[in-house]
Design a protein around this ligand. Structure first.
Ligand code: IDP
Ligand code: MG
Length: 137
């Protein structure tokens, strides 16, 4: 398994609920490396670019409204198999189906407010890191 980089977000719900430390602790305890971390409020244009794959879905407007509504924490996380590994730490998209012990399984009940984002493949990781940390990774 290769060393990979992935984009992780603590979404506005996670920041509001004071879960940034909890998420970072789990990433570090697992053995992944934090390469960059920034608290910011996302511009609408960047949010639409980030979620472009969902542009035709009925929940797209709400998704963009929500992700731009308050500050989020963006991170570049690296390590052996970090892309799939972080998806496992995060748990399933629907928190009611996420395994207890995962971030979503432990802290969320609603699909629209599921605490974290993590890239789902090598191409999306590259693309998304370019949106949040242009020219850095
Ligand atoms: P992921 O975050 O696990 O990769 P995606 O399918 O890429 O899941 O969806 C992006 C985000 O959009 C999810 O994290 C979730 O917050 C939201 N979302 C996905 N499906 C729905 C839905 O059916 N209703 C409302 N929000 C949704
Ligand atoms: Mg996704």
């Amino acid at each position: 398994m290769a060393i990979e980089r992935t984009l992780i977000l603590v979404k506005p719900d996670g920041v509001k609920r004071g879960l940034v430390g909890e998420v970072v602790a789990r990433i570090e305890r697992k053995g992944f490396t934090l390469e960059a971390m920034e608290l910011r409020t996302l511009e609408r244009e960047k949010a639409e670019e980030h979620y472009a794959e969902h542009a035709d879905r009925p929940f797209f407007g709400e998704l963009v409204d929500f992700i731009t509504s308050a500050p989020l924490v963006a991170m570049c996380v690296s390590g052996e198999g970090a892309i799939a590994g972080m998806r496992t730490l995060m748990g399933a998209t629907n928190p009611l189906e996420a395994t207890p012990g995962s971030i979503r399984g432990d802290f969320a009940t609603q699909i629209g407010e599921n605490i974290v984002h993590g890239s789902d493949g090598t191409e999306s990781a590259q693309r998304e890191l370019g949106i949040f940390f242009p020219g850095r990774f």
